[in-house]
Write a protein that binds this ligand. Structure first.
Ligand code: F6R
Length: 248
C-alpha cells in the first residue's frame, strides 16, 4: 500500500502510529529501526505517544538495521549514539540491539547479530528508509537478495551524502541486516520524504525487481506500507494506477 501524506511531519506521525499500534497488539514485538534524517520525525512522535503510557515497553526488542564499522563505542558519528540521543534516552529502559561498531571482528559480529535476530523470531515490524541509489539498510545496489546480516562496503554516493549530513567523514564500511533478513519481516514500512527521493521512488515502484535497485525486492513482500510525503511522491503521482505494489 502506498500512502501519500502532506509533509515529513505527517510521515513521521503515521509511522509512529503504526509502531504504537504494533506494540499495543503485540507488546513483545521485535522491531527493526533505521537511522538517518527520515525517521527523526517518527522518533519524535513516538516519544510523545509513550508519554500517554498506553504502550508497555518492557517486552519489546528493538534492533537497529545497521551500524558503521570501526568507530569507538561512543563516537557521535555512530548510530548507537544517534539512537540514544533521538530515542532510547527519551523512552526509559528498553531492550535494544545494534551491531557493535568497535567489534574486533566485524564479520563475526555480523553473524552473531543475525543469530540474535533469529533467536528473537525475526522482525514483526521493520521500518526502512531508502537511499537515493535504492539501498535499504546498507544493502547497496548489487547486493544479493539472499544476503543475511553482513559487512557492507558503502558506495561513494552514500559516504558523501551521510558525511554531508553530519559534517564529518563517515566510515567506508558498515554492518547491515541483509535483504533476506528484511524480507523475512512480517510487516515492512518504508518511509521516504523530500524531492531528492522522488526519482528513486519512481524506479522502485514502477521498475523491475532487480538487485541493482535493492528496494525493488519489496514488490515481492506480502505486507508493505510505503509512506511518502508529497515531494517524494512527486514523480509517481501521474502513474498511480500502475504501482506493482498493491498489497494490503
Ligand atoms: C540507515 C539506513 C539507510 C537510510 C537511507 C536513507 O540506518 O538504513 O538505508 O535509511 O540511507 O537515509 P536518510 O533518511 O538520511 O535519507
Amino acid at each position: 500500500m502506498v500512502k501519500i501524506l502532506k509533509n515529513p511531519e505527517e510521515v513521521g506521525l503515521e509511522a509512529a502510529r503504526m509502531l504504537t499500534r504494533q506494540l499495543i497488539h503485540k507488546p513483545n514485538s521485535a522491531v527493526a529501526l533505521p537511522t538517518g534524517s527520515t525517521p527523526l520525525k517518527m522518533y519524535k512522535a513516538f516519544v510523545k505517544f509513550t508519554e500517554f503510557e498506553i504502550v508497555e515497553l518492557e517486552d519489546v526488542h528493538f534492533f537497529n538495521l545497521d551500524e558503521y564499522v570501526g568507530l569507538t563505542k561512543d563516537d557521535p558519528i555512530s548510530y548507537a549514539y544517534y539512537m540514544n540521543v533521538n530515542l532510547f534516552s527519551r523512552i526509559g529502559k528498553v531492550n535494544h540491539d545494534i551491531p557493535r561498531t568497535d567489534a574486533a571482528d566485524s564479520e563475526k559480529e555480523a553473524l552473531e547479530y543475525e543469530e540474535k535476530i533469529r533467536r528473537a523470531g525475526g522482525f514483526d515490524l521493520c521500518f526502512l528508509g531508502i537511499g537515493i541509489d535504492g539501498h535499504i539498510g546498507f544493502n547497496e545496489p548489487g547486493t544479493s537478495f539472499s544476503s543475511v546480516t553482513h559487512v557492507a562496503k558503502l558506495h561513494s554516493s552514500t559516504i558523501e551524502r551521510n558525511s554531508k549530513l553530519i559534517g564529518k567523514v563517515v566510515p567506508k564500511k558498515a554492518i547491515t541486516v541483509g535483504i533476506k533478513t528484511i524480507m523475512n519481516s512480517r510487516r515492512i514500512v518504508l518511509m521516504a520524504t523530500g524531492i531528492e527521493k522522488s526519482k528513486v521512488m519512481l524506479q522502485f515502484l514502477l521498475g523491475d525487481v532487480t538487485p541493482e535497485l535493492p528496494a525493488s525486492v519489496l514488490q515481492l513482500h506480502p505486507k508493505v506500507t510505503i509512506l511518502l510525503d508529497e515531494e517524494a511522491a512527486d514523480k509517481i503521482k501521474s502513474n498511480a494506477s500502475e504501482f506493482h505494489l498493491i498489497n494490503p
